[in-house]
Design a protein around this ligand. Structure first.
Ligand code: SF4
Length: 444
């Protein structure tokens, strides 16, 4: 059985067009600023806007934002993004059309104090989560609110990691646990997502979840996104590689292209992907031994890059390759070579530059992340094999920069801290001080 989700005036799932969404990065308590940003997103074509609600202090603002938007004639559904606090999710469920919860931090902890659970302990832990989620389902049912079960590779809980490791399977099993819980309470207005900054992990986890739902005979809609994809060409290529490959496989119902740019800038690339299959007849993919050649004559650079990335990555899902040749008479051989390198890097086939993982930022970010990302790219792009995270906040940043070697992570009042892996190395510093510190770490 295939379920669709109803989110305000939008339906997601079986047979419905792909829905494009994005997320604000203003402080949610800045009501006018957030309303203005949602309006810019809606005017650009965004069909659903997500807003972070870190605590009960932002709940009244969420209500005011919704009322102001409706009064100004904007009906797009709003989604509250909630981590760590079930009571905040419950409050939001009575206000907006959809609530996103993260199974990794809804109730469970991530302190790795207990790495081995017996089957009884495991089952008891899942049941405790179900009991805590029960009021949320009741409020959602009462208000017609949908839920997104948003699994992130960087924030899987102890229970899941203890049994499945930090793997795509663990992500899929985390979602399957929540599907079981939703079904226990006969609640089906859900969308699921499997996000990672690693394109291959995101694709594998989503395909595993898709297969498991099909095996169980109940399929719910899927939200696709590559998290912390970065900005500019790299961010677009990485997003297209992950999201596009799955869409070409017929998987995915709603998408977000997460860029470290203004949220409205995400809408055009996301809309390109939503219409990706319309280009299929114009894209020629020839696979010979270990080498893939893609010929796609297109003079719009963004479209060209994203469509090629999607087709290359889609090929990789079915046939491994090592070399990639891009042909397009509208661009120079150097530009074709540049795109080929970006795609091979996004698919983790060949690393020719530093892998920079940067979050799109949200209401938790208190420093200039876009300016800092530009500085990091300028100073540190020439270390193939090195991974640097540029993350908006300390709450989710260190976990979600995944396997980055180093990180610049937002602290309060415009400052950032430097991390090595998950270890914080510095107190909050000014950005330029932090970058100088990072340079010493990398070069000595
Ligand atoms: S890492 Fe923090 S700032 Fe960045 S998107 Fe996630 S919650 Fe927001």
């Amino acid at each position: 059985m295939n379920h669709t989700a109803s989110i305000g005036n939008i339906r997601i799932g079986e047979g419905e067009p792909i829905v494009v969404q994005s997320m604000t990065n203003t402080n949610t308590n800045d009501i006018e600023g957030t309303v203005a940003q949602v309006i810019r997103m809606a005017e650009a074509g965004c069909q659903m806007a997500r807003i972070t609600v870190p605590s009960m202090k932002e709940v009244a603002s969420l209500q005011a934002i919704r009322e102001t938007l409706r009064a100004r004639g904007y009906q797009l559904p709003l989604v509250a993004d909630v981590h760590f606090k079930p009571q905040v999710a419950e409050a939001c469920a009575a206000i907006v059309e959809k609530v996103r919860v993260n199974p990794g931090n809804f109730v469970d902890k991530r302190n790795f104090n207990q790495l081995h659970l017996t089957d009884e302990e495991y089952a008891a832990s899942v049941q405790a989560m179900a009991e805590r989620a029960k009021p949320l389902f009741e409020i959602c049912r009462q208000h017609g609110t949908a839920l997104r079960i948003g699994v992130n590779h960087g924030s899987l809980c102890d229970r899941i990691v203890s049994r499945y490791g930090n793997t795509p399977l663990a992500m899929a099993m985390s979602a399957m646990e929540w599907i079981d819980i939703c079904q226990q309470f006969d609640y089906h207005n859900i969308v699921l997502s499997m996000k990672s900054s690693n394109v291959i992990t995101m694709m594998e986890a989503t395909r595993l979840l898709h297969d498991k739902m099909n095996q169980n005979g109940t399929v719910y809609p899927l939200h696709l996104g590559v998290t912390e994809a970065g900005a500019g060409d790299e961010g677009r290529v990485k997003s297209a590689a992950g999201i596009g490959a799955l869409l070409l496989d017929g998987i995915g119902d709603t998408i977000r292209v997460s860029l470290t740019e203004a949220p409205e800038a995400e809408i055009r690339p996301a809309t390109l992907l939503a219409h990706l299959t319309e280009e299929n007849d114009k894209v020629q993919c020839i696979l010979h031994d270990n080498s893939l050649k893609i010929n796609y004559q297109q003079n719009n650079k963004e479209k060209w890059m994203m469509v090629c990335a999607a087709h290359a990555s889609h090929t990789l899902l079915h046939h491994p390759f090592k070399e990639l040749e891009i042909e397009n008479d509208c661009f120079s051989p150097k530009e074709c070579q540049y795109l080929s390198e970006l795609i091979l890097q996004a698919c983790r086939i060949k690393m020719t530059r530093t892998e920079i993982i940067s979050c799109p930022s949200c209401g938790r970010t208190e420093y200039d992340i876009q300016g800092t990302l530009a500085k990091v790219k300028e100073r540190f792009s020439h270390y193939p094999g090195l991974k640097i995270g540029v993350m908006g906040c300390v709450v989710n940043g260190p976990g979600e920069m995944a396997d980055a070697d180093y990180g610049i992570v937002g602290a309060t009042h415009g400052k950032v801290a430097v991390y090595r892996g998950k270890e914080r190395l510095t107190a909050p510093l000014e950005v330029d001080e932090a970058l100088a510190y990072l340079e010493k770490l990398i070069t000595t």
